[in-house]
Write a protein that binds this ligand. Structure first.
Ligand SMILES: CC(C)(COP(=O)(O)OP(=O)(O)OC[C@H]1O[C@@H](n2cnc3c(N)ncnc32)[C@H](O)[C@@H]1OP(=O)(O)O)[C@@H](O)C(=O)NCCC(=O)NCCS
Length: 186
């Protein structure tokens, strides 16, 4: 079963290990990888700042990944989606797919957002496929949008509105419920 729980400051060590994993880090566009102190400040802010929210994705109760929404305080009820499945053994097994449904439900039903968007490196096939499968719409292609190790990299802009999720969410949720990867919404 895949679930989300709120991020806690004591998740910092595990998150630091995940963020340092080359298989995660190569897809994260934070320009420079933070040192440990900057990482801890980032986790504390994620746990406390009303402008952002972080959830640990759990798999059978154990931490498997991280999902964040940033920009919650802005005037547009729009937030940026970022996520990773940090437990390498859990990748490619539907954890991301299930976490997306849970995260989009939180975004639109609990946080009352109007829109969620994501900037994904254009060669990140796993993220692009997973997000397309959840109904994210490709809204733009941004050439040379980020610098990674000093090199310009292209980015795909993805978006999902509350209206889109209301129309598509049940169909995307159904196979995950059937596979018992998630439980019904209460
Ligand atoms: C992107 C990520 C979060 C997806 O989570 P996941 O648990 O691995 O994905 P799932 O197992 O739920 O797969 C969902 C879909 O993604 C696609 N996918 C997953 N892994 C893939 C891979 N290695 N290559 C291509 N497509 C892949 C598949 O289409 C899959 O659908 P399917 O099961 O119907 O085939 C995860 O792979 C990850 O953390 N990657 C490293 C960090 C990262 O890229 N984060 C996103 C930054 S924008």
């Amino acid at each position: 079963m895949i679930e989300l729980r709120d991020l806690r400051p004591d998740d910092a060590d595990l998150l630091y290990a995940w963020r340092r994993d080359p298989d995660v880090r190569r897809w994260m566009s934070d320009a420079d990888f933070p040192d440990e102190a900057a990482h801890r400040a980032w986790v504390e802010r994620l746990a406390a700042d009303p402008d952002r929210h972080g959830w640990i994705i759990t798999r059978e109760g154990s931490p498997a990944g991280l999902l964040t929404l940033t920009g919650l305080d802005g005037p547009h009820r729009r937030a940026e989606w970022n996520w990773l499945v940090g437990d390498a053994e859990a990748r490619g097994r539907g954890v991301g797919r299930a976490a997306q449904v849970l995260g989009l439900d939180r975004a639109f039903h609990e946080l009352g957002l109007h829109k969620v968007f994501a900037e994904v490196l254009a060669d990140n096939d796993a993220a692009l496929k997973a997000q397309a499968a959840a109904g994210f719409r490709r809204e733009g292609y941004l050439p040379g949008h980020v610098l990674m190790a000093g090199e310009p990299r292209d980015v795909v802009l993805l978006g999902m509105t509350a209206e889109m999720w209301a129309a598509k969410g049940d169909a995307i949720r159904a196979p995950l419920l059937q596979a018992k990867l998630i439980s019904p919404r209460s």
